[in-house]
Design a protein around this ligand. Sequence first.
Ligand SMILES: *[C@@H]1O[C@H](CO)[C@@H](O)[C@H](O)[C@H]1NC(C)=O
Ligand SMILES: *[C@@H]1O[C@H](CO)[C@@H](O)[C@H](O)[C@H]1NC(C)=O
Ligand SMILES: *[C@@H]1O[C@H](CO)[C@@H](O)[C@H](O)[C@H]1NC(C)=O
Ligand SMILES: *[C@@H]1O[C@H](CO)[C@@H](O)[C@H](O)[C@H]1NC(C)=O
Ligand SMILES: *[C@@H]1O[C@H](CO)[C@@H](O)[C@H](O)[C@H]1NC(C)=O
Length: 638
Amino acid sequence: MLGAHSFAGRRRTIYLCLAFAAAGVCFVNLIFLTRGIDHTVIDLPGLNLLRPEHKQIEGTYAQDQHPIAGLMKEADQQWRQYDESRSTSFRETVAKYRKTYGRHPPPGFKEWYEFARTKDVYNVDDFQQITGDLRPFWAVPPQEIRKMAAKLQLSDGIAGVRLRDHEIVSHTEGWRVETLARSIGRIAKYLPDMDIAMNTMDQPRVMVTYEDIQNYLKIEESTRGMPLDAADKFTKDMDSYWNNESSSVYDDMDPGWFSVAGKPYTDSSKEACPPESPANANMTVEEADKLYKTSFGGFVSNFTGSSDLCNVGPVLGDQHGFLFSASSNTITRKLIPVFSECKVSVNNDILFPANMYFLKDERYVYNSKHDWEWEDKTDSMLWRGVTSGGIQVEDNWDRLHRQRFVKATNATEMESKSVSILSKNNKEPYELISDYNPSEFASSYFDVGFTEAWGCIPNCSFYDGVWTYKEPKQFPEQFKAKYLADIDGHSFSGRWRAFHQSKSLGLKATIFREWHDSRLFAWRHFVPMDNRFTDLYALMTYFIGVHPSASEDAFPTHGPYVPRHDFEAEVIAAQSREWAQAALRDEDLDIYLHLLLLEYGRIIDDNRDNIGYSGDGSELDHFDESHPFPPPLEPLVV
Ligand SMILES: *[C@@H]1O[C@H](CO)[C@@H](O)[C@H](O)[C@H]1NC(C)=O
Ligand SMILES: *[C@@H]1O[C@H](CO)[C@@H](O)[C@H](O)[C@H]1NC(C)=O
Ligand SMILES: *[C@@H]1O[C@H](CO)[C@@H](O)[C@H](O)[C@H]1NC(C)=O
Ligand SMILES: *[C@@H]1O[C@H](CO)[C@@H](O)[C@H](O)[C@H]1NC(C)=O
Ligand SMILES: *[C@@H]1O[C@H](CO)[C@@H](O)[C@H](O)[C@H]1NC(C)=O
């Protein structure tokens, strides 16, 4: 192909020049989003959001056979199961821990439990992300993990925090690691000595092959045990921590970094996928779609599956900027202890709540005084952002995810296009209409656009005439819209928590994983969207309606008819808000970090097989009596 050569050459330069900027990219994105805002926020005295606000919603669900009704019902059932299985005492919590993981809880678990309960934790069991992230490390000797963590303190794209005698004794520089050090400082008195290696790049770093991980997990299983005499304390005075000579002393520790920037990410990621998964098996797109989408309407029925690269790698490989045009991407195939804010499904980084959430930065912090009641919001879907998500050059920009989204919602662009929606043109159940022209719908109900071009090589002049840049909108203005789309940037989106807290409804397409994923239920707390956006119009016509003034008695004579489902949208938005007030609070970040570092402290402990909390939980009977658990959330719709 003519020109391919020079294109590759140009790309190399691009990666070089942007690699340095990568660390700040996510932050920069977010700044652009809300530039020029008055941040003065005066809190009302006594404003207390600790107890979820509970406001029942009046209305009734549509009695129709739309697949979304089924998905919402299923999500509610899963949620009820989750909610009803909560432990409500320390005895139950430790019993459940042992049953789930085949081990004692780590040393310090009793103090963590008191910490979490005093801070009104809603679900004291839902921390399997932590156990899952650390599981393979049971196959690595503790001393080796410590040495590697020490060695990594000075590695490229890694920052370090060092904890000794219950204090942060030093850390490297940069806003992210300073934020993390402050957060850890608040809980340091509960923690053993440790070195933490924190990823400072937007991109996750660790990707062990499928075969290796399977072996590690087998070893982990074989090491499980619950010794009766386990000591509830960490080992003191171990060696192999970071010191000024770490970089030369631990010569045998090689993180094994190599760059995959400029190469298709899915070439590397498929090696971390099961042989029978779409990433490796010869599967058609339709077959792969069945793993996470409804066969009728193509709605995401398994959100985890929709962001699993082993499923979606083949179809998203050249449709998501992270997968083909990341600004930098330095990874390793070795299982090394790197703490990251987000990762994709194939990574073995250890997740921690992103520093962004701890910053209390007004630009991302939700403030209920600047929100509207559902009925006062507009019937529209809003999105603003910069052109981030990957490095853009003249012949790749139209495949990046944000760019595809902005085009797919653009009425002019859609004039000549057809999409699929589900329509109800007679008394029968819904039928698929695959030639719906969505231009008018987009023009009436979407307010989507870039605020600024950014991250182009050599410059963004190839966007001239392509976009009309729109004014950035600060949160209060965004919350005027009922529907808020959330699309990945270079990495995870820092707005997502505020979207949950708000009274608007979030629609999410992502390939990234975060600390809180197991507690957020698609179709109960948010609306999942396919990363190809093929379901966008079917979703939005369902909620907003097409010819909504028509009815069962008077079907429109031309075009499709989709009854409006505003009530369903309001319900999910309200459930999401209530849940965010119970499970995505600032306190929940500390509670997560505290347990994460106890578990990490155990995995690096030379006596890890013989330490842990071995009691039956009765020590805290009295505490439990005087600290009742938050009562279950009442249904919002009766
Ligand atoms: C490491 O170096 C710093 C400054 O160079 C010094 O203050 C500190 O005492 C040294 N620590 C050790 C353990 O040698
Ligand atoms: C994949 O499957 C298709 C259709 O089933 C077949 O034509 C093709 O040869 C297969 N490719 C490989 C690499 O097995
Ligand atoms: C959903 O997808 C995930 C990830 O691909 C998979 O592990 C899980 O089994 C799926 N769940 C169901 C119910 O199919
Ligand atoms: C942007 O790049 C194009 C193509 O290389 C070049 O012709 C143009 O002069 C550049 N514009 C600016 C403002 O630098
Ligand atoms: C929508 O597309 C048209 C035609 O390509 C373009 O002129 C316009 O600027 C686009 N609008 C936005 C908001 O980007």
